[in-house]
Write a protein that binds this ligand. Structure first.
Ligand code: PLP
Length: 368
């Protein structure tokens, strides 16, 4: 039986990529802020409508470096409803994660829960634009300003997303993107930090290059998190296909929405009209009226039909080692997140997914 997975990386035609590789082979410049790297930073900045882009070899090292760049220590308030890398970036910086619950509608960190979690040790907020749907950025900024906290957004899902026509990446002190193969825009592996001043960009660029400032000075102990020229070149080529990629994702998302909007027992993510969405994911929340409240039953029924959804995000980060015994990981502290994690299923969505497969998936869900 044909297997359809939750996602499949978009890759441009190989023959289009060969000339880029030829240039790299001819010049022998393969990494270290080469010409493709510089060009991709410039093009991404323009395309996304942001001031400064620092490319990274993956999103996790970009998150770890973003926390270092702002000198974050002590405690950071974050969400348990995300990919594990969000919280691991804190662990790698010796920072204690403090989890707060999420909103039922958006699956994002609930701003109303933040202030009660602030202590004298809190230095920053680390919210996630889950599934690419924007957090309540104005409200989060207000709380951060009032309490003198920095904000780093994990924007790994939020490539190209705008709110009221403005890039969501311009909110907070820094935003972090992932260009992993599974994401809307990919360089196989890759990532970036979006910053708002040239000083901060230089600081971040030094940190990702061992901490070197010039040839003979170390600014502070850095790491090696540079994106290479092959990844950068692929990114430049991917940008040419982006519009088409998002259009195809949108078609698939709209088809799912039409076929599932009247299904009893399923809740869908509603995209507010002022959001330009990237259709990164198609999550559904299953309640007791469908499949006797068993998400896993539907998950396995779909697998039996060859369709591999993913239970993003289950288990919650707060239920994984080494975070499960933190005081804030308590189920009573995170009722909504626990409920959603037990009921969510992300359906396959990627540019080359066929509409007839979307129809088959919905037929199984609708039990036709
Ligand atoms: C993918 C992802 C990351 C990590 O990115 P990598 O590029 O795979 O290291 C971080 N946070 C979230 C929410 C992600 O989905």
């Amino acid at each position: 039986m044909k297997k359809t997975f939750v996602t499949q990386p978009f890759l441009p035609p190989l023959e289009d990529f060969i000339p880029y590789l030829q240039k790299i082979w001819d010049s022998k410049i393969v990494t270290n802020n080469g010409p493709f790297h510089q060009k991709l930073e410039e093009k991404l900045g323009k395309h996304l409508g942001v001031k400064h882009v620092s490319l990274f070899n993956n999103g996790t090292l970009a998150l770890i470096t973003a926390l270092k760049a702002l000198g974050i220590t002590g405690e950071v308030i974050t969400t348990p409803y995300s990919f594990i890398a969000t919280t691991h970036s804190l662990w790698w910086n010796n920072i204690k994660p403090v989890f707060v619950d999420i909103e039922e509608q958006s699956f994002n960190m609930d701003p109303k829960k933040i202030e009660a979690a602030i202590t004298s040790k809190t230095s920053a907020l680390l919210p996630v634009h889950v599934y690419g749907y924007p957090c309540q950025v104005e409200e989060i900024q207000r709380i951060a300003d009032k309490n003198n906290l920095k904000i780093i957004y994990d924007a790994a899902h939020a490539f190209n997303v705008k709110k009221k026509g403005h890039s969501i990446l311009n909110f907070g002190d820094l935003s972090v993107l992932s260009f992993h193969a599974t994401k809307v825009f990919n360089t196989l592996e890759g990532g970036a930090i979006i910053s708002h001043t040239v000083e901060m960009k230089h600081h971040i660029d030094n940190l990702k290059n061992f901490g070197f400032r010039g040839e003979t000075t170390i600014e502070e102990p850095g790491i090696n998190a540079k994106m290479n020229e092959v990844q950068s070149a692929l990114g430049l080529l991917q940008l040419k296909f982006l519009e088409e990629v998002i259009k195809k994702r949108k078609n698939i998302g709209s088809k799912y929405f039409d076929l599932l909007k009247n299904t009893i027992g399923i809740k869908l993510l509603k995209i507010n009209k002022n959001i330009d969405y990237n259709h990164a994911y198609f999550p559904i929340i299953i309640d007791e009226r469908l499949y006797g409240n068993s998400r896993d039953k539907l998950y396995n029924t779909l697998i039996a039909g060859g369709f591999y959804g993913r239970r993003y995000f289950y288990p919650l980060i707060s239920n994984f080692y080494p975070y499960e015994n933190l005081p804030s990981s308590n189920t009573e502290n995170l009722p909504i997140a626990n409920q959603i994690a037990d009921r969510v299923l992300c359906l396959p969505i990627y540019p080359d997914l066929q509409i007839k497969d979307v129809e088959k998936i919905c037929d199984i869900i609708n039990d036709k």
